[in-house]
Write a protein that binds this ligand. Sequence first.
Ligand SMILES: NC(=O)c1ccc[n+]([C@@H]2O[C@H](COP(=O)([O-])OP(=O)(O)OC[C@H]3O[C@@H](n4cnc5c(N)ncnc54)[C@H](O)[C@@H]3O)[C@@H](O)[C@H]2O)c1
Length: 327
Amino acid sequence: MEKLLILMGKKIMKILVTGGAGFIGSHLVDALISKGHTLVVIDNLSTGFKKNINPKAIFYKLDICDPAIQKVFIKERPESVFHFAAQVNLRRSIDNPIKDAKTNILGSINILENCVDAGVKKVIFASTGGAMYGEANIIPTSESHMANPLSPYAINKLAIESYLNYYYNIFGLQYVSLRFSNVYGPRQNPKGEAGVVGIFCEKIFKHQNPTVYGNGRQTRDFIYVDDAINASISAMEMEGLGVYNISTSKETSINMIFDLIKRESGVNCKKIHIKEGGGAQKKSCLDYSQAKKVFGWQPEYSLKKGIINTIRWYRSKLNYEKNGSIL
Ligand SMILES: NC(=O)c1ccc[n+]([C@@H]2O[C@H](COP(=O)([O-])OP(=O)(O)OC[C@H]3O[C@@H](n4cnc5c(N)ncnc54)[C@H](O)[C@@H]3O)[C@@H](O)[C@H]2O)c1
């Protein structure tokens, strides 16, 4: 198989994915395995699930802060690393910035130090686009817009981008940082606070009315998970490095998301508006033209198609798991 893939002009590699039991990471692992690569997953299963991990992947249940990570790098010697593990809850980063920094800063440095020591060629980092620019004055917002991270979560993503640049300049470790907008799709954990599509789907299939903060006219840029995965793999395969928005460049309000899910699911429900906490971002929409120009990536899924796929997944999950919990 290996020889055949090389003959076909496809280089197969050993690739390590941190956060490979999570929503985006597990889809990434599946896609890389289907391309013939050998996969190693590091995850502490804090928000991810063992059942998400592709059985063909080599799995280490470890925290990214753990010094034992070194043994994994020495044993497995990956060529490329996707660093997708993180404390992902923005609200929790505000409530406990020290804990957030321990995982998202110190854990990331632990991964990068080991990348250098083990001779890894390239790191792909899951950064944030949605939380990076604050209330931007240009929509869609490009990477050249001033960063204005308003939460410890986003501050730490920006800090790791600076570390990536440092490790490249001093040690030659190549990197691509992907500033994802709001990713949605199958396997998203509806218990989190970020995935409004997953939260709404779970609510309506449990015959509960979804809650919308404020008037629901706040906008986000929703990207389907398969598009995010294609961008991640293209970023690994290209020669260059840098920081790129991965998005659709389309603004969609929370009200529009609710209406679309209601229509496409056929479930009769209504949304309940509750008071918004102060400081919530009103608009977020990112310009992906740099990713298109540099590595030829662009989103393929319409919002409608992505939502239909997501609804189908949540519906089938609820049919199988009668205990009322989707995950
Ligand atoms: N989902 C989005 O809309 C979105 C947008 C921008 C950026 N991102 C980033 O993409 C990455 C993946 O996010 P996701 O939405 O799949 O979230 P997720 O919670 O499903 O995945 C994160 C994974 O990391 C693991 N993890 C967390 N802390 C860890 C630790 N200390 N050690 C080892 N493993 C740990 C979790 O168990 C989980 O499997 C994150 O870095 C996140 O910040 C996500």
